[in-house]
Design a binder for this molecule. Structure first.
Ligand code: FAD
Length: 318
């Protein structure tokens, strides 16, 4: 079933969803199942699986020169989606990025997903590779998520890259996109960022999942702005509990989001690692309660390897 159909069927009830990362290469599916098994009692209708572009690593050769190699550290997104659907009977939402894909690669990936009966996809641009400073698309690939959305929407109309294909099967993908309550860090201002988001909706995107935020009001303000701009699709808040002291600086550095002073103060005042984790979990529970009370369609939890905290939060809310 499509993500948006779940929202319609829920008739105002707030759903829960989780997001998992493929294990590092060499890891096993067991890690994913161990993470998800204890969360299935909360009945998430769908689980997101992130996609990771290859990274460059530099290894020193005996000669002293560095050798540059491209490695995909977390492969397996599509396989994990299929395994999740098979094991739990829930839908899986693979993330699909522009980075590292030509248009042809994208088309082939979508054909694989369609054949696997995976008909939800979160369409993203992806970030710049380490050491590259800015996002560089693959030659013959997409520069912005908008173009990816257009390609998926074309396939939904039976239009493939090869013009000679007549009567191509129409895929039926429900397309999610990313939204940024605190603005995407590259956008000159919120207005411009929202105009790009609006273009993705006009191109065929069906719903938005937000970047994590720690000030719940930022989400409500973002939804208001979107509605004023005529963006009327469901906007799913994405939440992540801060559970470790170092995340007070790593999260703003990596995700370009603010952490409210009160949360910083409480985390800093907590004496032990366990106490800090408790502060972060309680903050996320309070955010979840406010969002649920406001009737959001779904709360999406970024677990980033910490299923235990996700479980505590889900227990308190769902
Ligand atoms: P875009 O929509 O392309 O926007 C990127 C920037 O370009 C924005 O500043 C936008 O305003 C601007 N822009 C957009 N269109 C245009 C245009 N036509 N002309 C000029 N400027 C334009 N990354 C991964 O690698 N893998 C994942 O699995 C993943 N999952 C994510 C899930 C969620 C819910 C979120 C919020 C992010 C995720 N990301 C993931 C990170 C995402 O790839 C980055 O945030 C990336 O920098 C931007 O992606 P986007 O799809 O928003 O890009």
């Amino acid at each position: 079933m499509k993500v948006t159909e779940y929202f319609e069927k829920a008739k105002g009830r707030t759903l829960v969803s989780f997001e998992v990362l493929p294990p590092l290469k060499g890891g096993s599916m067991k890690a994913i199942f161990d993470t998800l098994d204890p969360l299935m009692e909360f009945k998430p209708p769908f689980i997101d699986v992130t996609y990771h572009r290859e990274e460059f690593v530099y290894n020193m050769r005996p000669s002293g020169y560095y050798e540059k190699t491209a490695i995909r550290k977390r492969p397996g997104t599509v396989g994990i989606c299929a395994a999740i659907m098979h094991r739990y009977g829930v839908d899986a939402v693979p993330h699909l990025i522009c980075g590292g894909f030509t248009r042809e690669d994208t088309e082939n990936a979508l054909i694989d997903l369609n054949f696997l009966n995976i008909n939800n996809v979160l369409a993203l641009r992806g970030d710049a590779r380490k050491f590259e400073g800015k996002f560089i698309p693959e030659e013959g690939g997409h520069e912005y998520a908008l173009e990816l959305v257009r390609q998926i929407a074309d396939m939904n109309r039976g239009k493939y890259l090869d013009d000679n294909i007549e009567n191509g099967e129409k895929t039926d993908f429900c397309i999610g996109i990313a939204g940024y309550p605190e603005k995407h860090f590259e956008a000159p201002n919120m207005e411009t960022d929202l105009a790009h988001t609006k273009a993705k909706i006009a191109a065929g995107a069906n719903y938005i999942v937000t970047q994590m935020f720690f000030n719940t009001q930022a989400y409500f303000d973002y939804v208001d702005l979107c509605r004023k701009e005529g963006i009327d699709v469901p906007i799913v808040p994405g939440l992540k509990p801060i559970t470790k002291a170092y995340q007070l600086s790593s999260i703003p550095r990596n995700f370009f989001v603010d952490i409210p002073t009160e949360l910083v103060r409480e985390m800093s005042a907590a004496k032990t690692d366990a106490a800090k984790k408790q502060v972060g979990v309680e903050w996320c529970i309070a955010q979840s309660k406010a969002l649920k009370a406001a009737g959001v369609p779904c709360i999406h939890y970024y677990m980033m390897g910490d299923a235990e905290s996700a479980r505590k939060i889900a227990e308190a809310i769902f």
